[in-house]
Design a protein around this ligand. Structure first.
Ligand SMILES: [Fe+2]
Length: 468
């Protein structure tokens, strides 16, 4: 092993040991020390004992870790798409309902932008269904050398080791949404990094019991709400990673919708959670999905539990993947036995708005969502990393906005598009018309529209047509 690699491996082991034991030093001052603290809303005011102890220790300068790596002559880390054996140390802990896989959860790390951005994908399925997709955490290296963590996944030993290999302290942990599948491991992950500052999308709630975050694993440490009005002084990392809050309330009796979009300026990367996705044709490109699970969803009769599982083959894996994607996106497509046509209509390079989010949420608050998209599209991003399916994928503001063209139409607006000429003038780029789910895939929308109709009928959500 080369000298540089030995030094890096030693450093990674030290960091893993420190972070697993909660002794890792934060490299940034606690946000509560920032000027104008009163404008930062805390959801939990009392600092935890570790946080109180941490406050008495002068934090190490942020450059310490990065400088150490440079002194050690650490070579740039290569992309790692296949990790070590999946960790079995994380099973049912941290989840209020069964999430598969129950006994082993593989983590696959990829370098999205050399030396600056990494994705960590894990498989995740609900209950005892045959549907498993990837859920993704993204890690950004700040200029300080520290790490900024978006939408944490299960903190398995394997996941923490892959994170520690990057070097640098975890400075911030961010929950970008109210959605339970991303919240469920947020507390357990954040507990591994007691010196990191913790930020969450505003107006968190849970259903059927509206549990406080402290009961979702965060204990009594400081938790800060993301707010569009926060200044750099109040939220220092915002100088590098800007954000825009998509908070939509008032249309639902259950709770508000919230997803926060983030823009890492240096790498022109947009981070979102669930609103848009890109469907990869090849599930193996995600790296973390178990082929056996895919094949288990490829029985000749999809809805017959006694239909035998076929032998493993590329065709069986593809069929299982097509069904999985459509079950996730539509809850149940028009024809689960023959999903290829719908799958092809949705596939890459299309960037699509999530049909579930679009139907159950955005259709009811189109004006507010369009305003959020306007804010996001003022950023000069060239790639998007969502929390599911493909990512990163190439996408700029025009393409992102086009995915929301139905929402703009519902808001009574056209979708603005830059021209292809100098200064954005001239004719807009010729592209295929965006997918209109109700027009183009009516049979696949039947279940979602039925669920939406039920929620409106029982008064759980507003019918926007009644407002007109
Ligand atoms: Fe999600």
């Amino acid at each position: 092993m080369a000298e540089a690699e030995r030094a890096r491996a030693t450093r990674a082991k030290e960091l893993a040991s420190l972070q697993a034991s909660g002794k890792g030093r934060s490299s940034s001052p606690a946000p509560s020390a920032a000027k104008g603290e009163d404008r930062v809303r805390k959801t939990l005011a009392s600092p935890s004992p570790p946080a109180r102890a941490a406050a008495k220790v002068a934090p190490a300068p942020a450059k310490t870790v990065a400088s150490a790596r440079r002194r050690a002559g650490a070579a740039p880390l290569a992309a790692k798409t296949v990790a070590t054996a999946p960790s079995t140390s994380y099973a049912l802990l941290g989840s209020p309902f069964p999430l598969r896989p129950l006994t082993a959860r593989r983590t696959v790390r990829k370098e999205a932008v050399k030396g600056r951005v990494w994705t960590f994908d894990q498989p995740q399925g609900l209950g005892f269904s045959k549907v498993t997709v990837n859920t993704r955490m993204t890690v950004v290296r700040l200029k300080s050398g520290g790490l900024w963590v978006h939408a944490p996944v299960a903190p398995t030993g394997e996941c923490l080791a892959l994170l520690a290999e990057l070097g640098g302290e975890v400075e911030c942990v961010v929950l970008p949404t109210f959605a339970i599948e991303h919240k469920v491991f947020f507390g357990p992950f954040a507990r591994r990094f007691p010196r990191a500052s913790v930020w969450v999308a505003p107006r968190q709630w849970s259903f059927p019991l509206d549990l406080p975050l402290s009961l979702l694993g965060l204990g009594f440490r400081d938790v800060f709400e993301l707010d569009d009005d926060l200044s750099i002084a109040q939220c220092p990392w915002r100088a590098e990673v800007d954000f825009a809050v998509n908070l939509q309330e008032g249309f639902s009796e259950i709770g508000p919708y919230c997803e926060v979009g983030f823009f890492h300026r240096d790498t022109k990367t947009l981070l979102v959670t669930d609103c848009v996705v890109q469907v990869p044709r090849d599930p193996s490109s995600l790296g973390c999905l178990d082929p056996e699970e895919l094949v288990s969803n490829a029985a000749p009769q999809a809805l017959n539990p006694f239909s035998p599982t076929p032998p493993d083959s590329p065709a069986a894996r593809l069929l299982g993947w097509q069904r999985t994607v459509l079950q996730v996106l539509f809850f149940g497509p028009g024809d689960l036995n023959e999903p290829a046509a719908t799958f092809d209509a949705l596939c890459e390079p299309r960037v699509i708005l999530s049909p579930v989010v679009r139907t159950l949420v955005f259709s009811k608050c189109a004006e507010g969502v369009a305003r959020w998209v306007d804010t996001v599209c003022a950023w000069d991003f060239d790639k998007v990393i969502p929390c599911h399916l493909a990512g990163p994928f190439s996408c700029g503001p025009d393409e992102f906005r086009r995915a929301f063209s139905g929402i703009y139409a519902a808001a009574g607006r056209t979708t603005p598009a830059k021209g292809t000429g100098p200064f954005g003038l001239g004719p807009p780029k010729e592209t295929a018309p965006p997918l209109d789910f109700d027009r183009d895939l009516p049979a696949d929308m039947r279940i979602l529209n039925g669920l939406n109709g039920f929620l409106v009928a029982v008064g759980a959500v507003d019918d926007p047509s009644k407002k007109k």
